[in-house]
Structure formats: C-alpha cells, structure tokens
Design a protein around this ligand. Structure first.
Ligand code: S3P
Length: 171
C-alpha cells in the first residue's frame, strides 16, 4: 500500500476542508482530483458534464488516479464523490494509500450544499430525494472502498482530521 491519505465520500462530506487540515498538520501537499480535472480540461465540472457528458468525466477521474500513482512524496488526496463507483478506481485508490470515508447523513449534505450550483448531479428539483437515493446506493460502496470510516456530521474539520491521524497511527 502507498503512503498517501485518500479522502472519499459524498458531495458535501467535507473532503476538501478536512483535506486542508490534514495537509496543514502533516505539511503535505493537498491534491484535489476535481480541481486537477478542471485544470486539465480548462473547464468547470459543470461545463465538462454539459459539453462531454458524465462518462467523459468518469474517464478523466480514472486517468487522474493513474497519474497519482506515480507520485513519490506522500500527499493528501481529496476525491470527487463519484470516484469510488468504478471498481477499477476502488482498487487504484486502495493502492495509493489509506482510504478514509467521510460519512455524512443526507440532511447534512442538504444543509451544507443549500444554494450550491456546482454539482450537476444535484441540479434541478427535489434535491433532498436525489441526495437520499444516491447516498443509499453509494454508502455500501464507500464502506467497501475504505480502510477507515469516520463520521463527519457533527464535528468540525479539525477534530475529524485529528481522529483520522489518530486512527491511522500517524501522530
Ligand atoms: C460528483 C461529486 C463532485 C464532482 C462531480 C460528481 C459525484 O465532487 O466530482 O460533480 O458523482 O458525487 P465533490 O464530491 O467534491 O462535490
């Protein structure tokens, strides 16, 4: 297993925010797979979905993961919420290092993403139902992909980052 720390979980779980805390605490670089895909494409995620379709975005995710496997220095990786849905990605994620699932309830996602327009999968009406349906489908897959599951509803990002470091025996 590699030495990276890889954060997975649903949209709004706090992967980027917790990732920033881990990055600060360990003085390691934070890499965000969504940001890497946007930078390469020169488009936002919404634009990629609209212009090229979801499948093209999923292919870009798999490509970005392959690139991360080449990194020598240990980093923190924050992933897009759909990254672990492909079986090949789950395998690649687990090879990169410790995979940590930030688990949140649908209510938390809806609260945190109220007014957000950057997630194409949650666009349109009845967001609550979309979140509940997707989360019910994905929950078991996140659990299967992860080495460690951490509840990320009630506490702030610093406390969650500390728990992760403690559980992974890093500090
Ligand atoms: C997605 C989550 C998003 C982004 C894209 C698709 C998903 O990332 O990759 O909109 O399928 O759950 P965040 O989890 O950072 O919001």
């Amino acid at each position: 297993m590699g030495e990276h720390i890889v954060l997975i979980g649903f949209m709004g779980a706090g992967k980027s925010t917790v990732g920033r805390w881990l990055s600060r605490k360990l003085s390691r670089q934070l890499l965000d797979t969504d940001a890497m895909i946007e930078a390469r494409a020169g488009m936002t995620i919404s634009e990629i979905f609209a212009a090229r379709g979801e499948e093209a975005f999923r292919a870009a995710e798999t490509e970005v993961l392959a690139g991360l496997a080449q990194r020598r220095q240990p980093v923190i990786v924050s992933t897009g919420g759909g990254m672990p849905m492909r079986a090949e990605n789950r395998e690649a994620l687990r090879k990169l290092g410790s995979v940590v699932y930030l688990r949140v309830k649908p209510e938390t996602v809806c609260e945190r993403l109220a007014g957000d327009t950057t997630r194409p999968l949650l666009a349109g009406d009845d967001r609550q139902r979309k979140v509940e349906t997707l989360l019910a489908q994905r929950g078991p897959i996140y659990e299967e992909a992860a080495h460690l599951t951490v509840d990320a509803d009630a506490r702030g990002p610093e406390a969650i980052a500390e728990e992760i470091l403690h559980e992974l025996h890093i500090v």
